[in-house]
Design a protein around this ligand. Structure first.
Ligand code: ADP
Ligand code: MG
Ligand code: ZN
Length: 614
């Protein structure tokens, strides 16, 4: 994609005026002196001898002074006239001289050229450099000094063959279909007008970070053969009050001139936050938002200006933005499902050299819950790993390992656990895996490792679901909590002491249990009532409690009950399978990593003791 800037010329006018002024002064004082032809003072004798040598050109006699040139009329000489030399005129004539005026002033063209055009060149050069700097500064969003004159700072993209296309965005079929309609409308508005269909003025891309919202918008630009204005929400909010609103105005003015075209506002939540009327409210932001609302009402949708925006905090957007006639179409860009992950891996794998037997499905399964950005990162990590090990191409193992790198960080080579610590970690992780394996409705264990990672994890157990999972039953959730508690339970069972190693497990288990009680209506006491609402579903999912303090206390009791119950269940499972626990943990302690297959083999070495139902 090529970027075409909309430069603002205003601030430079002053610069050129000053340049002109400087030139004027120079032309009145300094230039005439250097421009005048240099006149050499010579004696009268020299004049006479030059005449006799026939080396004489123009001669001008004026009062006391004689000005003359040599034959070639290159040099100008001057001497004092002598009254007694009466034959002067005749002599000059005889030796080929010409009596005439000698003009020592430069010609008009020369003087304009030398006096104005040449000196102007350096000024123009400096002006050009200034303008380039100004554009750069405005593009970077920090060019306060030069950026004040105007211009929205919006980058305008012209379609080019190197741009991102829909084919570069894997998965997200629904989003592509909805956006495809917009592209189609911009190609052929008449088709829609004939039927009387009115396309939405604006479409809002919402979804978690890294799912390809920005990428999709760029792909629309690549597909649509129309100008594409792109600006980030943060660029509207600047140091000076009122600038944001002015930028919005400018942006839409430009867009209207260039219609049909697309305006893309990335991270629109920066300016589109709810106007909550709090004292500490941001005046500037509100002005900008109001201007945006006005502009979106103002422009004529049938002209072909489509406004796209992206955000990962749709719930914080001002409702006025979302009403019909503004961003009335909402395009969800969700985390990819299994097939989506496979496709995304394939798109990015095209950029690196891979072994032929790579199984994308297996990699995609391990990377459950990964966003497009993380998958892109996984592929790149695999390539880096291949380079590090001096291979020509990345292998399946590289990919698998980089999934773990992205999930848990790099393997830590330097952290040395004491023998006892290593033993505890081995039992802890085996506890998780064993509890998971002994319950029905639990994803199979794929890998257990006790190699410390840079994220701080001393070990982890990887469980991989077959296929996609959209609903979770109460039973599955309970089993999951039991699996979380399995680590701590194993520590207690074997060492009769507990460590800090379970803090993350405790957090996860509690979160799940709390969600079961307050949001999923899965407790007997409360049933079908919600006490918590999700506020920020795409960014970690904060929750806000909405119940009386008394209820809150009871909720806490239920949560504690739930988790404790599952802890006891996990303990029971481990006690019943203590021989397996020892065997697996010893093996893990020695080998540091167990694959899913090895795990199953070890598990089934003696008579299976049957699965335990909750
Ligand atoms: P966001 O939704 O936060 O705007 P981006 O569009 O910036 O995410 O995506 C970041 C990167 O992740 C992209 O540049 C691309 O490499 C990768 N990516 C995300 N989603 C996809 C996808 N569906 N297909 C291919 N690559 C993707
Ligand atoms: Mg983005
Ligand atoms: Zn654990």
């Amino acid at each position: 994609m090529q970027e075409v800037k909309q430069p603002s010329k205003k601030p430079l006018i002053f610069y050129y005026l000053i340049a002109m002024l400087i030139l004027m002064v120079l032309n009145m004082t300094f230039f005439p002196a250097i421009l005048e032809k240099q006149v050499k003072e010579v004696s009268y004798t020299d004049f006479m001898s030059m005449t006799y040598e026939n080396n004489i050109g123009l001669v001008q006699i004026e009062g006391e002074e004689i000005t003359f040139t040599d034959k070639a009329q290159e040099n100008v000489y001057q001497t004092v006239a002598i009254d007694s030399d009466t034959e002067l005129v005749q002599r000059v004539y005889d030796h080929g001289g010409e009596l005439n005026r000698i003009d020592t002033q430069p010609g008009l063209i020369t003087s304009i050229l030398v006096g104005w055009v040449l000196p102007l060149l350096p000024f123009l050069l400096i002006g050009w450099l200034l303008r380039r700097r100004m554009q750069k500064a405005m593009g970077g969003g920090d060019g306060m000094m030069f950026g004040m004159g105007g211009g929205s700072g919006a980058r305008m993209y012209v379609p080019s063959s190197t741009g991102i296309r829909f084919s570069d965005v894997a998965g997200e079929e629904e989003a592509k279909e909805l956006l495809g309609e917009i592209v189609d409308f911009l190609h052929d508005p008449e088709k829609y007008r004939r039927i009387g269909a009115r396309l939405p003025k604006g479409a809002l891309l919402v979804g978690p970070p890294g799912t390809g919202k920005t990428l999709l918008a760029k792909a629309v630009a690549g597909e649509a053969n129309v100008p594409f204005f792109s600006i980030a929400g943060s660029e509207f909010v600047e140091m000076f009050v009122g600038r944001g609103a002015a930028k919005v105005r400018d942006l839409f003015k430009q867009a209207n001139e260039k219609a049909p075209c697309i305006v893309f506002i990335d991270e629109i939540d920066t300016i589109g936050k709810k106007r909550d009327g709090q004292l500490a409210g941001n005046d500037e932001r509100e002005q900008t938002l109001n201007q945006l609302l006005t502009e979106m009402d103002g422009f004529d949708g049938s002209k072909g200006v489509v406004v796209l925006a992206a955000t990962n905090r749709p719930d914080s957007l001002d409702p006025a933005l979302l009403r019909p006639g503004r961003f009335d179409r909402r395009i969800p860009v969700e985390l990819p499902d299994l097939q989506g992950r496979i496709d995304i891996l394939k798109v990015h794998a095209k950029k690196i050299r891979l072994a032929e037997d790579v199984d994308f499905q297996a990699v995609a399964k391990t990377a459950a819950g990964a966003s497009g950005a993380e998958l892109a990162n996984i592929v790149n990590e695999a390539a880096l790993r291949a380079v590090r090990s001096g291979r020509q191409y990345a292998t399946q193992e590289d990919l698998q390992e980089s999934v773990e790198v992205v999930i848990a960080g790099y393997q830590k080579k330097s952290r040395v656990l004491s023998d006892q610590e290593k033993k505890i970690v081995a039992y802890h992780e085996t506890g998780h895996a064993l509890v998971a394996a002994m319950q029905s409705h639990s994803a199979p264990v794929q890998k257990i490792t006790i190699i410390p990672r840079t994220s701080g994890a001393l070990g982890y157990t990887l469980q991989v679901d077959e296929g996609d999972h959209f609903l979770m039953s109460k039973e599955e959730l309970l089993n999951k909590i039991a699996t979380y508690t399995g680590g701590r339970a194993a520590e207690e069972l074997v060492f009769h002491s507990i460590t800090t190693g379970a803090s993350n497990d405790i957090e996860q288990a509690t979160k799940l249990a709390r969600a079961m009680v307050t949001r999923y209506g899965m407790s007997e006491e409360f049933g079908f009532v919600a006490f918590e609402t999700m506020t920020n579903q795409y960014l970690g999912g904060d929750t806000a409690l909405a119940c009386s303090p008394e209820t809150q206390a009871r909720v806490d009791e239920r949560v504690t009950e739930l988790v404790t119950g599952q802890y006891e269940k996990a303990m029971k499972i481990l006690k019943e399978n203590e021989d397996k626990l020892h065997r697996l943990a010893q093996y893990l302690y020695v080998h540091e990593t167990i694959t899913g297959q090895e795990f199953m083999n070890l598990l089934e070495q003696d008579a299976p003791s049957g699965t335990v139902s909750p």
